[in-house]
Ligand binder design. Structure first.
Ligand SMILES: O=C(O)[C@@](O)(COP(=O)(O)O)[C@H](O)[C@H](O)COP(=O)(O)O
Ligand SMILES: [Mg+2]
Length: 416
């Protein structure tokens, strides 16, 4: 039996329960038929190549099958036998379904849109430890959205300034202080000092408010260094770590998940660089698939956008959030994070769009408040609580001067 591209195409094939089924968007290159493009995608992402291979009965049949082609929508479905994959290894799986095929000449555009994950493969991953239960198991947020803030400017504050901003925000009602994606262990605000000082302010804010507070500490670094920072976070009593999951890489994320299991730490996933993969709707890897990968690898939170209400472009926030909250062979859910250009004036629109099982983050929307961080925090928390009860922010402003000032400044508009 020769392995040729044509052998990877069978539109009569019914995917097995054990297959990983991927949906792609394709634009075949000039001179390549839809069948030609689809079979090449299935071949190059499993065990084929451009030359006919004569391997009669000598290798296990690990070939993927292009089993559906919809030329109108440009969608092609490929089913992968689970034996192709190393259980529990996300880098290996991605090297198949999002590897070389992204650069093939046979297609002008290719985008991995969605995956249907089989039970056995899902069970080879840990999934999240807490997901949306962080709101009750770590915080006192109950059913309302968890609130978070990133000190702004994103980098440049020294350790004391950073911790003080945390105290101001926490005592104003914010649940979580969050490091920015590019704040790690720089000399102006060293990692361990920042951890210790911020947690000291956290403790003071808890005493003052009677509410549980925590810190999304950015441990992003090279592999082993990152694991040491996770241990340090646990040692000092922090309940969360934050990881830039795309820039760090999924193999490292899996290591962090293992280490966090040991300490019972929750993981906040920042997706910086995701737009390099998912922004162009006809190419790359969709944010939906990135969110799926993150859930299997075991993060508890991931940024998924603001349903178009914030400053950053994003796709299908509601659909992605629904998947993160849906059953996936018993995996714990993931708490979606809405962030990027948010402020108090947008909270009722945002919760109407996305519901209350989310975390909401405001940096500029709190620290840019005309009366400073504490007032900004009071306004944001008040607006979020009101919106979660179905009350308009304008109405809530009638008995909250900090919120009234925020609306005066930003109204209910989306920043550009
Ligand atoms: O640096 C920023 O822009 C933010 O800290 C938001 O700050 P502001 O609240 O001041 O806008 C976040 O990193 C983005 O929200 C990430 O994007 P996404 O959530 O889309 O992944
Ligand atoms: Mg940021």
């Amino acid at each position: 039996m020769g392995i040729r591209y044509e052998d990877f195409l069978d539109t009569a094939y019914e995917p097995k329960e054990s297959d990983l089924v991927c949906s792609f968007y394709l634009e075949p290159a000039d001179g390549i038929s839809w069948n030609g493009a689809a079979s090449r995608v299935a071949s190059e992402s499993s065990n084929g190549t451009w030359a006919e291979l004569d391997v009669e009965g000598s290798v296990e049949d690990l070939s993927a099958t292009a089993c559906a082609i919809d030329e109108e929508s440009g969608q092609v479905t490929v089913a992968y036998p689970d034996a192709l994959f190393e259980p529990g290894s996300m880098p290996q799986i991605l090297s198949c379904i999002a590897g070389n095929i992204m650069g093939m000449k046979a297609v002008d555009r290719i985008r991995l849109l969605d995956c249907k994950w089989p039970k056995k493969l899902v069970e080879s991953f840990p999934g999240p430890q807490y997901g949306s239960a962080i709101r009750t198991e770590i915080l006192d947020a109950g059913e309302r959205p968890a609130t978070a803030t990133v000190p702004k400017p994103k980098v440049g504050l020294n350790t004391q300034q950073h911790a003080t901003v945390g105290y101001e925000a926490w005592t104003g009602g914010i649940d979580l202080l969050k490091d920015d994606e590019n704040l790690t262990d720089q000399s102006f605000n060293p990692f361990e000092d920042r951890l210790i000082e911020s947690l000291a302010q956290r403790d003071a804010a808890e005493d003052e408010t009677g509410e549980k507070k925590s810190y999304l500490l950015n441990v992003t670094a090279s592999g082993n260094e990152m694991l040491e920072r996770v241990d340090m976070a646990a040692e000092h009593g922090c309940e969360f770590v934050m990881v830039d999951v795309v820039t760090t890489g999924w193999g490292a994320v899996q290591q962090v998940r293992e280490r966090c299991e040991r300490h019972g730490l929750a993981i906040h996933a920042h997706r910086a660089m995701h737009a390099a993969f998912d922004r162009i709707p006809t190419h790359g890897v969709s944010m939906r698939v990135i969110a799926q990968i993150a859930r299997l690898c075991g993060v508890d939170h991931i940024h998924t956008g603001t349903a178009g209400l914030g400053k950053l472009a994003n796709e299908d926030t509601r659909g992605i959030n629904e998947w993160l909250q849906s059953d996936c062979h018993g995996l714990t859910d993931v708490l979606p994070v809405a962030s990027g250009g948010l402020h108090a004036g947008l909270m009722d629109q945002l919760l109407t769009e996305l519901g209350t099982t989310i975390a909401v983050q405001a940096g500029g929307g709190i620290h840019g408040h005309p009366d400073g961080t504490h007032a900004g925090a009071v306004a944001f928390r008040r607006a979020t609580d009101a919106a979660a009860r179905g009350e308009s922010v304008e109405n809530a402003a009638s008995d909250c001067p900090e919120l009234a000032r925020a609306l005066e400044k930003w109204g209910t508009e989306t920043p550009r």
